[in-house]
Design a binder for this molecule. Sequence first.
Ligand code: FES
Length: 101
Amino acid sequence: MTVLTIQPQGITFAATPGMSLLDAIKAAGVALITQCNGKGQCGACHLFVQEGRKSLSKIQRAENEKLDTIVGVGSKSRLACQAVLGEEPVTVELLGFKSGF
Ligand code: FES
């Protein structure tokens, strides 16, 4: 189990290692609006990883290239659909997501 904390909603979710961040966030009850269904093409799942970056899968070339096209990207940026959870706790900050509650 990997503890995923989702901000600014303040949701804590027990995720399974190997899940993508996107799937874990959806499973936690946060509705996401994306256009590419997790294919790393739309950029709508861009978020900031505030803690636990080393627990996530490494950024691959396609994700890096997509991030380069997004305004407001920083050193903590990831595409939730491309980042796979490891064993350590992770805290993310959502940008532009709509709450499912
Ligand atoms: S869901 Fe489209 S880039 Fe992640």
